[in-house]
Design a protein around this ligand. Structure first.
Ligand SMILES: *[C@@H]1O[C@H](CO)[C@@H](O)[C@H](O)[C@H]1NC(C)=O
Length: 377
């Protein structure tokens, strides 16, 4: 055997094409089952995967967002009229802010030493000096060094600023889906029928109005406003199909209480802050404020989808719409083999062997891998 001839044979063996031989069974029973199963799979992929889950779309879940808030309204508290600067903190209009509805104020504190207040819940607001000093006519307590006089808790719980229920909150939210360069805000476009400044959010009647009454926010979160001290979440959802019109990408507001009420040892929400000033004699003084109120967290979430050729092809391939077990190469080669080559009829007849149900089956030797119900596609 000479080298060139074995070489040519190897080359001609290498450049050959194998394809599976199919047996076409003309049987009603198997045929109906086969087409029925195919129809179910097709319906599942077209109906659920493609139309419902929109598997043909590229999705962007990395929403970029900015939130600016503004609270308006005046209330009455402890003989004073309170405006936004008094009860909203921080004042910058961030997505997380507190509306203070109740304050315990300790005026004119200065650095010094003084007797500790009895009945405080284990919190010593200064450093113990180690001395015992008279607290009142009958009682002696530990002496502390720090801001004096220390904070006292009023025996009766002071009232809350009830007008807060009627305050309004304007939310300005701009979002961007960076993958598609899509930008939008929650402020209604002029001429959209929502008049900014006049409208009030209502879940059914005004679902797009960005001005919310605080009492409504609490009610929609299932909470009772006056008794409330806690954290309320205002969620803005942007779930958009960008194959549809720009106007149809709209925010959806929902409300929830974020701090769980379930038997927390210290229910409610409070924090301390102080205002500093100097007396005419030059000594530094402060007003300590223990503030109780409602914290609002504006949370933005969203995702957008848009038609993309890559997910469409991948999901079509997965879906069983393409012949099973066939890569692109096989499909292409079979098309050439069965349609365009000389003697295509001959190949076709060899590839698809027809068997009529109950006739001549014994005379056939089926190839071992020709199982399954798959007819030619
Ligand atoms: C809130 O506003 C309504 C209507 O203007 C008024 O009847 C109600 O008394 C107000 N609530 C409070 C707590 O001021």
């Amino acid at each position: 055997m000479s080298l060139p001839s074995s070489y040519t044979r190897w080359v001609s063996d290498f450049f050959s094409y194998e394809t599976t031989k199919s047996v076409v069974v003309k049987s009603w029973v198997v045929g109906v089952v086969n087409r029925g199963v195919q129809l179910l799979i097709l319906a599942y992929f077209v109906g659920w995967v493609f139309l419902h889950e929109k598997a043909y779309q590229v999705r962007d879940t990395a929403i970029e967002s900015s939130v600016v808030t503004k609270v308006k309204g005046v209330g009455r508290y402890a003989g004073q009229v309170m405006d936004t600067a008094d009860y909203v903190t921080p004042p910058q209009g961030t997505s997380v802010f507190v509306v203070v509805t109740k304050q315990i104020r300790t005026e004119d504190q200065a650095q010094g030493v003084c007797p500790e207040v009895r009945g405080g819940r284990g919190r010593v607001p200064g450093m113990l000096t180690g001395r015992c000093v008279p607290y009142n006519a009958t009682l002696r307590t530990c002496e502390i060094q720090g801001w004096c006089p220390p904070e006292r808790h009023p025996l009766s719980s002071s009232p809350v600023m009830l007008e807060a229920e009627n305050f309004t909150l304007l939310i300005k939210n701009s979002i961007r889906f960076p993958l598609f360069g899509f930008e939008k805000t929650n402020l209604p476009a002029p001429g959209s029928g929502v008049e900014l400044g006049r409208c009030r959010f209502h879940p059914q009647l005004q679902p797009l109005c960005p001005i919310l009454r605080l009492g409504d926010v609490a009610r929609l979160a299932g909470q009772d406003f006056p008794a409330l001290g806690g954290v309320l979440g205002i969620k803005i959802g942007w779930v958009c199909d960008l194959d549809r019109a720009w106007e149809l990408c709209l925010p959806r507001y929902s409300f929830t209480r974020l701090d769980s009420l379930a038997r927390t040892p210290a229910p409610g929400y409070n924090f301390r802050h102080a205002r500093y000033y100097r007396w005419p004699d030059g000594s530094e003084r402060r007003t300590l404020i223990k503030a109780f109120g409602i914290r609002f967290d504006v949370l933005v979430y969203g995702s957008a989808g848009k038609f993309g050729i890559v997910p469409t092809l991948i999901n079509t391939g997965d879906s069983g719409l393409a012949p099973r077990g066939s890569g692109g190469g096989t499909v292409l080669c079979d098309i050439i083999l069965l349609n365009f080559l000389k003697g295509a009829e001959h190949y076709k007849a060899r590839k698809f062997e027809e068997v009529r149900h109950g006739a001549g089956v014994t005379s056939l030797s089926l190839p071992p891998h020709a199982g399954g119900c798959t007819p030619p596609q």
